[in-house]
Design a protein around this ligand. Structure first.
Ligand code: PGA
Length: 233
């Protein structure tokens, strides 16, 4: 298996720095041949030590100014954030638009942070593959508007069918592989990840697929033993 990208999306967890450090130190001891990226809540990022890469779960589209409550690319760079998840369905669900996502992608690229653009919001388990492709095509076309060809090659896309996120029901790896191929061919994207209830039991079936370049892992990244199993595949 070639080297894959395994992103831990801790979301709004754990609740204390002590717990965050304990989770990371359990994981730190594990060897991995993959690019492992830990995306903790912002407040922990400068306080965690890891041999793996660090990422964040969002970033603001302006670099500085009168924007109360926001965190920007230059600040995140200082704390070694190499990746930023952008357009996660949990943010789209509370109103984040394709236009805002596009601005955030540009901010990440401007600050040399690798964006992981999530698509799959609005997709339901009963949708046909045709409906799903139609839906994500619109998210990609709007999200990637005016992004140069050179920058497109730096963006990672994560296909996350929203019905699979946090539900324990992952998508069929064959389906995810077809969607990944579609995204690569249609949008000139070089790396596509799968996300949505990936875990220690099903991770290999996704990672074996040649067009799936890695996983965006939520729940299973908070369980040290499970995450260790995934990164040691
Ligand atoms: P999950 O979350 O692995 O808990 O389904 C994935 C994600 O939301 O990125």
């Amino acid at each position: 298996m070639k080297k894959k990208i395994l992103i831990a999306n801790w979301k709004l967890n754990p609740l204390s720095l002590v717990q965050a450090k304990a989770l990371l130190s359990a994981v730190n001891k594990t060897k991995s041949k993959h690019e492992v990226v830990i995306c903790p809540p912002y407040v922990y990022i400068g306080l965690l030590k890891t041999k793996f890469k660090l990422g964040v779960q969002d970033l603001f589209w302006q670099d500085s100014g009168a924007y109360t409550g926001q965190i920007s690319g230059p600040m995140l760079k200082e704390f070694n954030a190499k990746y930023a998840i952008i357009g996660h369905s949990e943010l789209r669900a509370i109103g984040e638009s394709d236009h805002e996502i596009n601005l955030k992608l540009q901010a990440a690229l401007r600050n040399k942070i690798i964006p992981i653009l999530c698509v799959g919001y609005g997709v339901t388990a009963s949708d046909t593959e045709e409906d799903i492709l139609f839906n994500i095509q619109s998210q990609l076309a709007n999200g990637l508007e005016d992004i140069s060809k050179e920058n497109l090659s730096k963006i990672i896309v994560a296909y996350e069918p929203v019905w699979a996120i946090g539900t324990g029901k992952a998508a069929d790896p064959e389906h995810a592989e077809r969607v990944a191929m579609f995204i690569k061919i249609k949008f000139k994207i070089s790396k596509v990840l799968y996300g949505g209830s990936s875990n220690a039991d099903n991770a290999k079936s996704f990672l074996e697929k040649s067009h799936i370049d890695g996983l965006l892992i939520g729940g299973a990244s908070l369980i040290a033993e499970d995450f260790k199993k995934i990164i040691s595949i």
